[in-house]
Design a binder for this molecule. Structure first.
Ligand code: PLP
Length: 356
């Protein structure tokens, strides 16, 4: 139940144990094409440029900025947690003039505030699901009001767990990670870019490895594929299977399962007398943040020791708070294959047993 890598779907582990195929083997190319098709389905997009970047979620974040930002371009970025701050760092390294929109942690990014932060930004960026706080920022109003700007969304913790619908929400650039609600080990960054955004891809991005000009032909399908780098074959087997598990269950059904489990967990914690951290009405089902119940911990036990006890006794991993909330907030992930009622029941029982 940690906020990081969740238990993968069993079919994912089986797929990753498959014998290797060559990265230019037609059987592998067909599987990659199918993976991209499945990604379009979970992202809710027709974007041709949709593929898994080789690297963890952070490689998707870098690919998103480095391909469209030229020195001096304005990037307005919502900062309501760690990952918004990280986007500012990445954008600044690409030479952007960064306009951070600071929002109290635990709150969503306000559409009016971010849209009003600059008259003519090239990019407006938000974290759809802030893993550091458990807050959900809705995309639709920002997408509707973006004007000429490109809307960039970090969907690392949202994809597969809550609706992202890139096309309906007006998102131009999105990236995710495999290890959250897709139920796959960490290692790839599902990525998607609208044709509107591809027109802004710079000629010579400040990265060779993430340069979409070179990768795009290879990944968009239909035509000759250029060799760019060796695809991480087993990871793509795993992602293909994880997406298959989500789509076999049904994307809407998988999201409803996350919703049910999140509600059960949050209601259960509240009933136990714990105080939820993220703003009511904006709580993610897949990432629950709660104030550390300091007075209820066994005498002399620190919050970190309490989490270590839960891990050792029950195999229950609870994430600590980040930034200024280190030691003050706990983060409980309930994502992908892990988001099951029985896991929520175990989690609540284990915390209840520990508290005095
Ligand atoms: N963005 C968000 C919202 C995240 O939660 C994470 C990781 O937890 C990242 C970006 C970075 O992803 P990765 O650790 O896979 O590189």
């Amino acid at each position: 139940m940690g906020p990081g890598p969740c238990n993968p779907y069993p079919e994912v582990m089986a797929a990753m144990a498959r014998p290797m195929l060559g990265h230019l083997d037609p059987e592998f190319i067909a599987l990659l094409d199918e993976t991209n098709e499945r990604l379009r389905a979970v992202f809710g997009t027709e974007n041709r440029l949709t593929f898994p970047v080789s690297g963890t979620g952070s490689s998707g974040m870098e690919a998103a900025f480095v391909n469209v930002i030229e020195p001096g371009d304005v990037a307005v970025i919502g900062v309501n947690g760690v990952f918004g701050g990280r986007m500012c760092d990445v954008a600044a390294r690409c030479g952007a003039e960064v306009v951070p929109v600071e929002i109290p942690w635990g709150q969503p990014v306000d559409a009016e505030q971010i849209l009003g932060a600059h008259p003519n930004p090239k990019v407006i960026a938000v974290v759809h699901a802030e893993t550091s706080t458990g807050a959900h920022t809705p995309l639709a109003d920002i997408g509707a009001g973006k004007g000429d700007a490109l809307l960039l969304a970090d969907c690392v913790t949202s994809l597969g767990g809550i609706d992202v619908s890139l096309d309906d929400n007006g998102v131009d650039i999105a990236y995710s990670g495999t290890q959250k609600c897709l139920g796959v080990p960490p290692g790839l960054a599902p990525f998607s870019m609208s044709s509107r955004a591809t027109e802004h891809i710079v000629d010579r991005p400040r990265s060779w490895y993430l340069d979409l000009n070179m990768i795009a032909d290879y990944v968009t399908g239909g035509q000759a594929r250029a060799y760019h780098h060796t695809a991480p074959i087993s990871m793509i087997f795993g992602l293909h299977a994880g997406l298959g598990a989500v789509l076999d269950e049904g994307l809407v059904e998988a999201q409803a399962r996350h919703q049910r489990c999140g509600r059960l967990l949050q209601d259960g914690l509240a009933k136990m007398g714990l105080e939820l951290f993220a703003a009511e009405g904006h709580r993610l089902p897949q990432l629950t943040s709660v104030w550390v119940p300091g007075a209820r911990l066994p005498s002399g036990m620190s919050e970190a020791q309490a989490r270590a006890v839960l891990l050792e006794r029950h195999g229950l991993e609870i994430g600590g708070g980040l930034g200024e909330f280190t030691g003050k907030v706990w983060r409980i992930g309930c994502m992908g294959h892990t988001a099951r009622e029985r896991n929520v029941a175990l989690c609540l029982a284990a915390i209840d047993e520990l508290l005095i």
